[in-house]
Design a protein around this ligand. Structure first.
Ligand code: UVW
Length: 321
């Protein structure tokens, strides 16, 4: 059994904490009306400690271009941006067809419900997601709070290459817990409660290497991609380390499509724990710098869009070393 890294929090095997809540759910842990989920782990003390990691002041913006991938995957809308001249030397932007999940994104707590429980995080029903003033679990709750803490990059792609593990990020390839722990050890990382985990799989670097006809061919489903292995071992790891949020550069964070027996972990992370999932984060420049100086932890900040009832948002994320 893994050491409980935060004695005040239940282990994976102690979930649920609320009688009658779905197995392995954290519903009620931060109160029956909570809408922040694991972002509750981002305490002022942890954020201040993360800020003290800054040594060089180098900053890495993690949003990929809003126009990529092009065409978008999963049948999502392609952003249309026009510059509207209002009068002489005065312009506005107009965005049409803006789907915040077409490029770098946080999946918010109404993106995925748990199909077994038929509920979203903390027992919220589809009917409670109104988009109006009474809406539940909307991204505006995260936006008003802001996201900041210790970011930790695990460069799986670089580690795998050094181990002679060959894979294409565009094909289903599982990243196991053992591999994540080996990467952390190789990089000298010890996880802390409230860390924001960033996993680089090489998906964006691979996508950038494709020709436009290859990108066109990739757009229609079915999709396949590298990501974390589904299953209880991964869920136990993610919960017992008490990550505040997880993100990666691949299309679904977890391997895609889901494992036929183990299901899709979005249903646990988002709906049972309230744990944000980031996808298509551009980790390329950050990974280069971390490999150069051997420092894989820094201050991570993110300011989601303040959209009432928003399902998702570009992360507007920054990593500062
Ligand atoms: C899937 O649901 C497959 O991915 P996303 O989180 O981008 O919707």
């Amino acid at each position: 059994m893994p050491e409980n890294v935060h004695p005040a929090l239940p282990r994976f095997d102690e979930l649920p904490v609320t009688p009658g809540a779905p197995p392995h759910s954290a519903w009620g842990l931060w109160g029956p009306d909570d809408q922040l989920g694991t972002l509750n782990l981002l305490t002022p003390e942890r954020i201040a400690a993360a800020a003290r990691l800054i040594q060089t002041g180098k900053r890495f913006a993690l949003n990929w271009s809003l126009e990529l991938p092009s065409p978008p995957l999963f049948g999502r809308e392609a952003l249309q941006h026009t510059i509207k001249q209002r009068r002489h030397l005065v312009n506005d932007d107009v965005y049409h067809n803006f789907n915040p999940q077409s490029s770098s994104q946080w999946d918010g707590l109404t993106h995925y419900g748990n199909m077994t429980a038929q509920r979203f995080y903390n027992g919220v029903t589809q009917a409670q997601i109104t988009g109006g003033p009474d809406t539940r679990n909307g991204i505006q709750v995260w936006a008003r709070k802001g996201i900041a803490g210790r970011g930790v990059l695990l460069d799986y792609q670089r580690w795998a290459a050094a181990q002679g593990i060959a894979y294409s990020p565009g094909e289903r390839h599982e990243i196991s817990v053992e591999a994540l722990q080996a990467v952390a050890q190789a990089q000298g990382i010890q996880f802390l409660p409230g860390d924001i985990l960033l996993v680089r799989s090489g998906w964006i670097a691979w996508y950038i290497s494709l020709s436009q006809p290859e990108r066109e061919a990739l757009a229609p489903p079915p999709h396949t991609a590298v990501g974390l292995a589904q299953g209880e071992a991964t869920l136990r790891f993610l919960w017992d380390q008490h990550f505040a949020a997880v993100a990666g550069d691949a299309i679904a964070f977890e391997a895609y499509p889901a494992h036929p027996q183990h299901g899709f972990m979005h249903e646990t992370l988002l709906a049972l724990w309230g744990m944000p999932i980031g996808e298509l984060f551009d980790l390329e420049a950050l990974a280069e710098d971390c490999a150069a100086d051997g420092r894989y932890a820094g201050l991570f900040t993110s300011a989601p869009l303040n959209t009432l009832g928003g399902v998702a948002s570009p992360p507007n994320a920054m990593f500062i070393k």
